[in-house]
Design a protein around this ligand. Sequence first.
Ligand SMILES: [Zn+2]
Length: 139
Amino acid sequence: MFTIQIFINRGFVLFEHPETAKSWQEAVVLAIWALPGIRRYVGDQCVYQPEPILVNGEWGYIRKSTGWATNCPEIGRRLSKTCKGDHHHVKTEGGVIKRAEIYSKRLVAAILGGSSKRFQNPEGTQGILLLTEEGQCHP
Ligand SMILES: [Zn+2]
C-alpha cells in the first residue's frame, strides 16, 4: 500500500507503532525504510493529550512513546514532541494504554497541520495514507 501511495499517488504515508514495539524489526516494517524520503520520528502522546484522565483513582497523562515513519517531514516534526516531565503520568498496565489508541484532536491537528504545509507546496501531493499499530488504514 505504501509503495502505491508514494509511487503512483505521489502522496504521503504515515506509519505509527509504539516506540518500543518489536514490530519495528519485522521484515514488512523494515521494507518501509527502503521507500524514498522515509524517516523515523519519536514523540510522546501525553504532549498531545489535552487534559489529564482518571485511571485507577489517579489523574494523569498517558506517556506512550510513539514511533512514526513518514515521508512528510512537516508531519514528522510535529509528531516529535517529547514530554518535558511537567505533569503526572498514569500507570499503563491493565489495558490503560489502549486509551491512547484514539488520537486526540491535538494529535490529529499535528498530522493535518503538517500535511497542509506540504499541500501548499506547488509540487502538490495526493493525500495521506496512515497505518496504525492495529493495522488500520486511513486513506
Ligand atoms: Zn508526559
